[in-house]
Design a protein around this ligand. Structure first.
Ligand SMILES: *Cc1c(COP(=O)(O)O)cnc(C)c1O
Length: 386
């Protein structure tokens, strides 16, 4: 049995390396042109890594501001003591406005209805509502279109309860080399910002670069970069790996709750999608499943590491439990082998001796992106901060 720091009530957990978060923030600060501010994106509970603890480290490492997806995510940060600006990255419903004002959250805004309601409520509360004007430069997700930008400002800027704290857009293809769509988004953004300025409108902070943009498109950093995935030690695409040294933050671990040697021909799990082929094969159980973010589509397609040895996961992944096989040494005399016991530590994501499995590896099997795999592991597993 190995040393471990698992929670007392459950033998499955996520380990978050806060030192790695600090190191990644510093690595990104080195990517910023002088005077450019760093916004740390901690939406979705910091991509599953735990927003409160991560934001605390980011704040101390020099974050200028934070970005969240929802007002409640912003409230959680405020209650934890974060004093930096907090931007909500999309326009919430009008019913969220009292919350925004009470907790000094800065929403992305793109409808005049919301802007005016926000201004009214702020003025009533004796304050000024700070908003970031979203520009849709081509992703067609949120924002004012470049054509409507001046009209929008004309319609809302008279309001004394409103101030524009920023103008921003979001790139769809910042990681694609030499991309026509990216260049088109840049041009539309620059033209829109210039038009706002020439018309005499306040722009606040101008920002558009995300993680790959910050690294690859320094000329588009403007006043602030919005860095998300990179803070968690992950790349948006392999292309940025050679430009910056990032440390992985998340590991996913469990301990064996049972290990037995069923007879040859016996099946494993719902549907019995795996059958024992070799005498002496151990079937070991770990107490996490698809409700913890270990997607069921990984069934019979992933490995785990135990005692420095890779072992195949077998049978269908259950909601709260998963089985893996430990082949007998006789099954392949050339492959490393091990035996497992009750309590042994199993690595699903992370390093164990010479073996490692990354969120990228798992994303590849799932045909998705590391972002989704990380968020999924944030669902239910307890986080242990190391
Ligand atoms: C999520 C998000 C980001 C951060 O993107 P990363 O690729 O994780 O760096 C930046 N801006 C907006 C508007 C976002 O929604």
């Amino acid at each position: 049995m190995r040393e471990n720091n698992c929670p007392p009530d459950r033998w499955a957990w996520v380990e978050i390396d806060l030192g790695a978060v600090r190191s990644n923030v510093r690595a990104f600060k080195k990517q910023l042109e002088s005077g450019v501010r760093m916004m740390c994106v901690v939406k979705a509970d910091a991509y599953g890594h735990g927003a409160v603890r991560c934001a605390d480290v980011m704040s101390k490492a020099g974050a200028y501001s934070f970005a969240v997806a929802t007002p409640s995510e912003g409230v959680e940060l405020r209650k934890s003591g974060i004093e930096e600006p907090i931007v909500v990255l999309s326009e919430p419903p009008i019913s969220a406005i009292p919350m925004l004002i009470e907790y000094d959250l800065e929403p992305a805004v793109y409808t005049t209805e919301f802007a005016l309601a926000f201004g009214e409520a702020a003025a009533d509360a004796g304050t000024v509502g700070k908003y970031h004007m979203a520009i849709d430069t081509g992703m067609h997700r949120i924002g004012v279109t470049p054509d409507d930008a001046l009209d929008f400002r004309h319609a809302v800027d008279f309001h004394r309860g409103l101030t524009c704290a920023g103008v921003f857009t979001h790139f769809a293809t910042a990681e694609v080399p030499d991309d026509w769509d990216f260049r088109m988004q840049c041009k539309r953004f620059i033209d829109t910002v210039n038009a706002l300025k020439s018309a005499g409108y306040e722009t606040g902070l101008i920002h558009c670069d995300n993680t790959p943009g910050t690294i690859l498109h320094k000329g588009m950093q403007f006043d602030m970069c919005r860095v998300g995935i990179g803070l968690y030690g992950l790349h948006a695409a392999p292309i940025t790996a050679s430009y910056i040294d990032l440390k992985p933050v998340m590991a996913v671990k469990a301990r064996v709750t049972r290990a037995i040697e069923p007879e040859v021909g016996e099946g494993v799990g719902y549907g019995m999608t795996y059958r024992i082929a070799n005498k002496g094969t151990q079937i070991a159980t770990i107490p996490l499943g698809y409700a913890d973010g270990l997607a069921r589509e990984l069934s019979n397609r992933m490995d785990v590491i135990v005692n420095g040895t890779r072992c195949p996961q077998v049978g269908n992944i259950c909601m709260d439990q998963t089985m893996f096989a430990v082949p007998p040494a006789s099954a392949n005399p050339f492959a490393p082998s091990t035996r497992v016991d009750y309590g042994d530590v199993v690595t699903l994501i992370g390093q164990d001796d010479d073996e490692a499995i990354t969120l990228d590896d798992m994303a590849h099997i799932r045909r998705t992106i590391n972002y989704e795999v990380a968020c999924d592991f944030g669902l239910r597993l307890e986080k242990i901060y190391v």
